[in-house]
Write a protein that binds this ligand. Structure first.
Ligand code: DSN
Length: 415
């Protein structure tokens, strides 16, 4: 094979990202540290192959091996969640959702989805997203009193609007989403039911959150969040919807599948089926509860008062009305703590400024941290946000964050 000069420029940048992940605190609720074997599969020669179609029905030759890996991924994920059919080709959660809509809906059909500022996702009908442009989304949200999904209002809006599809799932909702009441409302109004499990797929696989597969017509999720696999999406469905879903993914939405990523998904599904993964999922939730309690102790208000999943939302307005989510995120970034600004329910600020912070524990739990470290992290966040204009204090917190991370380095052998 022709040898090319080593690309020192790109590999130096990758080296700096390894160092950043090893030495700063990762609290982005949708991120994780994939295992070495997930990284290895993602970096394999499977990236070289074209394989439009599905196992046994491809448009290119030479797919005998690729068929095996896609079949293995499909079988493993069906076993993991108890599903009848899986499509492991979506490149992302957004693609999985759009393909599912393409399979189930006609343009202009009415769909119910959770409001973006109350925890929903762009693909749940945001006016700036193709979902909101192609379909008539009507939103539901949380109650003012306890900031949990308002099922009475949801039932009422479903009865009025008679949607073809009800979408459950969120990107910034700190409580368990019970699929059962969604199913019963969908049945009452004659709607289909899609559960977007992107954030909680790992918690479901680990047995700490309810499995939506027995209740939903379609379940979509990403493979890289709590599930800790490679970046990508997946769709689970009933046997009678399998053909429509598969056609919607290819040729409806995507071209060639990313076979190296499908192999890495298969690895992640195998990892998630191990008993150790159930311990991991429970530890994520335990750490989130500990972090939430410690943040309340630091004087922060949490949306809904706490968490029972992998994330919490800090409402900064009561802590400091002048402090937006964006300002807080920038200060924390300087201090070696990565998280994202997020709207809180009925946020007066726009999403790119926001009044809240979303904080998640999947990555720090993978790194081996426990409740004691969560208390330390809450104290560091408090120090940063109380001293956000003090450069020396931010530098001191950055040192403390690095000291903490030195005991919980995700990729010591890549450093
Ligand atoms: N970007 C994902 C998240 O952070 O939740 C959703 O698309």
């Amino acid at each position: 094979m022709q040898q090319m000069p080593r690309d020192d420029e790109v590999f130096a940048i990758i080296g700096r990202e390894v160092e950043r992940q090893n030495t700063t605190i990762q609290l982005i609720a949708s991120e994780n540290f994939a295992s070495r074997q997930v990284l290895e599969a993602t970096g394999s020669v499977l990236t070289n192959k074209y394989s439009e179609g599905y196992p046994g029905k491809r448009y290119y030759g030479g797919n005998q091996v690729i068929d095996e890996v896609e079949e293995l991924a499909r079988r493993r994920v069906c076993d993991l969640f108890g599903a009848e059919h899986a499509n492991v080709q979506p490149h992302s959660g957004a693609n999985a959702n759009m393909a599912a809509y393409f399979a189930l809906l006609e343009p202009g059909d009415t769909v119910l989805g959770m409001k973006l500022d109350q925890g929903g996702h762009l693909t749940h009908g945001s006016p700036v997203n193709a979902s909101g442009k192609l379909y008539h989304f009507v939103s539901y949200g949380v109650t003012e009193s306890d900031e949990r999904i308002d099922f009475d209002a949801l039932h009422q809006v479903a009865s009025q609007e008679r949607p073809k599809l009800i979408v459950a799932g969120a990107t910034a909702y700190p409580r368990i989403i019970d699929p059962e009441p969604f199913r019963s409302i969908a049945d009452d109004v004659g709607a289909l039911f899609l559960f977007d499990a992107a954030h909680v797929a790992g918690l479901i696989a680990g047995g700490v959150h309810p499995n939506p597969v027995p209740f939903a017509d379609v379940v979509t999720f990403t493979t890289h969040k709590t599930l800790r696999g490679p970046r990508g999406g997946c769709i689970l469905t009933r046997a009678d919807l399998a053909e429509a879903i598969d056609k919607a993914v290819f040729p409806g939405f995507q071209g060639g599948p990313l076979d190296h990523v499908i192999a890495a998904k298969a690895v992640a599904f195998h990892e998630a089926a191990q008993p150790e993964f159930a311990d991991y999922a429970a530890a994520i939730v335990r750490n989130a509860a500990a972090l939430a309690e410690a943040l309340v102790g630091e004087g922060f208000r949490l949306v809904s008062g706490g968490t029972d999943n992998h994330l919490m939302l800090v409402d900064l307005r009561t802590f400091d009305p002048e402090l937006s989510g964006k300002k807080a995120r920038l200060a924390l970034d300087r201090a070696g703590i990565s998280l994202n600004e997020n709207t809180v329910p009925d946020d007066p600020r726009p999403p790119y400024i926001a009044s809240g912070l979303r904080i998640g524990t999947p990555a720090v739990t993978t790194a081996g941290m426990g409740p004691a470290e969560m208390a330390t992290i809450a104290a560091l966040i408090g120090r940063v946000l109380r001293n956000r204009d003090d450069d020396a204090e931010l530098a001191a917190v950055r040192d403390d964050a690095a000291t903490l991370c030195s005991k919980f380095t995700p990729y010591p052998d890549l450093a």
